[in-house]
Design a protein around this ligand. Sequence first.
Ligand code: GLU
Length: 602
Amino acid sequence: MRRPVARSLAVLAAGAAVVSVGAAAPPTPHERPAPHTPKVPVAVGHGGAVSSVDADASAAGIEILKKGGNAVDAAVATAAALGVTEPYSAGIGGGGYFVYYDARSRTVHTLDGRETAPLTADSGLFLENGAPIPFAEAVSSGLAVGTPGTPATWQRALATWGERGLGTVLKPAERLARDGFTVDETFRAQTAANETRFRHFPDTAELFLPGGELPVVGSTFKNPDLARTYRELRREGVDALYRGDIGRDVVTTVNKPPVDPDSGWNARPGELSARDLAGYRTKSQPPTRTSYRGLDVYSMAPSSSGGTTVGEALNILERTDLSEASDVRYLHRFIEASRIAFADRGRWVGDPAFEDVPTRELLSQRFADSRACLIEDDAVLSSPLAPGDPRDPRPCASGGEAAPTTYEGDSTTHLTTADRWGNVVSYTLTIEQTGGSGITVPGRGFLLNNELTDFSFAPANPAVHDPNLPGPGKRPRSSMSPTIVLDRYDRPVVALGSPGGSTIITTVLGTLTGFLDRGLPLVDAIAAPRASQRNTARTDLEPGLYDSGLRQDLEAVGHSFRENPEIGAATAVQRLPGGAWLAAAETVRRGGGSAMVVRPAR
Ligand code: GLU
């Protein structure tokens, strides 16, 4: 159960704006200015809630809630709007993981809408002459494009749990694409970071570099092609993509990337086919469940490593009273638990349709205890740490060879919704890198993902079986961790998630412990400076920690650090007594997020 604690990391959040419940953040010069959709990081009230990184997207979800839609309808409406305003993070060219709490049955359900490799793929997908293709070359290629799972996720979520259809819930996003949104600093900066490779693909340059220039902050950005695509999906359903003319365009684009011949860019083709699209299915599967201090933490099972890795780390941490620990002890334990959980994830987690993944055993308290016993108070474990064997847990044993954590992108977006009936959605979706493959489907207004670069190109360690090598129709391992926490009556306590590649796991873990153990209000748990350890020699620290005295205290124990300017962009929703909701988002990161409720409390 949640305990109020005096001592907390709040003091460390000094660099971030700590906002009290119900208050609006002071306006920043680069706020997206639409007057009817102010961007605030906390909102409290009734009738339902939406939290996303973007005010127009949160407003789309609220619009659907006001029209009688439920949390699922609002989640799809918000996601579709993010496809307009955050086109480099998410859209119908990508995939994601959808977690749903059903208030009537008090149960949690998930959809795995991860992209799949083409049916022709094998473990050598990213090898040329036996050697891995340079990562950056693979990213901007047809080879990296997986079969999109996002449209199928929307369709299935609405059909199974929604109150409305695609025809209704895509309307706000279609309008936003047609009428435009106001360019902010983040959108311009993300475009600038991609400018060179966007110019290799004329359709991408035409769309995202209007008039050949970076979009100007404060100008209106329209995407009429995407408006038309959304209208087609509204009218014809997602078959337009999986079996129809949008799909044909996707296949043509992947098979022969429309690259500028003068650019000199070798845009390797991919083999995605009409058969891949027609055969794509989302997977409905049980969530992972971890009990933590009397609560139940539900998240995504493999093909994402989110649920097992957050869950194992929580199980390890549960043996320490984090509410009473000093800041140094708390962070030391947090870092070591993350290190261990990542060592085990690297060895054991991949697509369960292809790999024998010990999901249940990874989440057993017995396994966590056998691993927790490695942690010492006055020393630091060295990375890469070897994995344990969850099928045969031996106290303090690490078995075999370590598998280092491979690179994952840092784009993606997370949204959280709740409705007046008490249903909740936690949904993370992505096109992998910021800007995905950089390849726009001509005339359709959306970017294709590069999700297949989440596979290992070659075994991370040739001496160990790597569960994350490519295969035909296989899903690359993800870190996405859309999470919903229930109390002992199976009522929601909090739901949350974040982007950030493999740092997603530590962001969700840190936000959970900040909120559940350290007594931080939800928005402060999100704003608190982040640490991220993923079985590497050095731990990433955001400046708020890197520049604090705590770093020296931890270095004295043996930790070593590198500064990371910004980790993650979380959004969350908390259930309050009496059917009220608190929506929370970032105060500062990525220009701040957008929390909204249907009827704000006075
Ligand atoms: N592709 C990554 C994953 O599935 C997410 C990328 C990101 O968060 O930026 O874990």
